[in-house]
Design a protein around this ligand. Sequence first.
Ligand code: BYC
Length: 329
Amino acid sequence: MYAQEVKSTGKGVKSLDEMDPQERAFQERIDADIKIEPKEWMPDGYRKTLIRQISQHAHSEIVGQLPEGNWITRAPTLDRKAILLAKVQDEAGHGLYLYCAAETLGVSRDQMTEDLLSGKAKYSSIFNYPTLTWADIGAIGWLVDGAAIMNQVPIQRCSFGPYSRAMIRVCKEESFHQRQGYDIMIKLANGTNAQKEMAQDALNRWWHPSLMMFGPPDDQSVHSAQSMAWKIKMNTNDELRQKFVDETVPQAEYLGLTVPDPDLKWNEERGHYDFGELDWNEFYEVIKGNGPCNRERLEARQRAWTDGAWFREGLVAHAEKRASRVAAE
Ligand code: BYC
């Protein structure tokens, strides 16, 4: 049954008949929507895929604080500053739940951090673009958090218990993030000409990178078929991208802004918007480390890790001292 749900190529996905009894029983539980919990048996590939995806997601939350954190001291009013501060703190919280969810699979926080800093583990391509104006904070909340919600709401139903439960909480907070971004855009789009131009310029720069957040086109997606069979991913990259375009274009129209795509057109027959081809070379360059801010982002994380060493050492020394005192009592 699960094989029919895999809408992409399905290549490399075993059928139930090809599985040994243990793997088959595991797949049948997934097909029946029974959650898998950390201590239960799972195929190695399932564990590795979850560690890859959850840690990439956690790193994205943490690195994602950098472009927005850049504007906390320059937010235009006290209210905007308090709201942005709360949002950026929420992202830190999301990163922490997600690192905890990945740790239940047997990987340590130190290992995940090393993999991020060495470039082995990825984080979302979107955070390698700069935030040049205040309108970029609006565009990130509206488009980037909007894309994140589109991707993450279905993952609330994913097969791995800790990831699914983390997503339920994360999605509630992401909805507030998206609303605060759209609220900034409403104010700017209804402001002076200069403010409206700033909003349009932010939309021009963030639109295409936001669409790329959903990952490569389905025919180039390496992991989709197997991840969907395991219900680690619930939709293909192209399905979510289309859903995002369909929901976001009317929001841009409400703002009186123009989506920067001459090929964007409502297709009555399909019941969806058609949109132009994305520059996939740009996407692959960004995820290879050659985007506008990749180096800056990793340097900032490296600095935070090095600067925090004394604190981590202090925590370990304190825990060891306490443990030996308890043992002596
Ligand atoms: N950026 O086979 P595919 C957020 C990689 S929002 C970088 O389709 P998969 C936030 C992919 O890892 C963002 N790399 O992969 C929002 C793979 O390479 P590896 C975080 C990407 O995993 C606002 C290769 O390309 N959300 O946190 O099936 C404020 C082939 O792709 C990207 C999540 O992570 C990308 N955009 O699908 C603050 C959600 N796209 O690993 C924070 C959970 C693809 O083999 N993740 N690649 O070296 C997912 O749903 C999936 O991992 C993806 C990719 C849809 C992203």
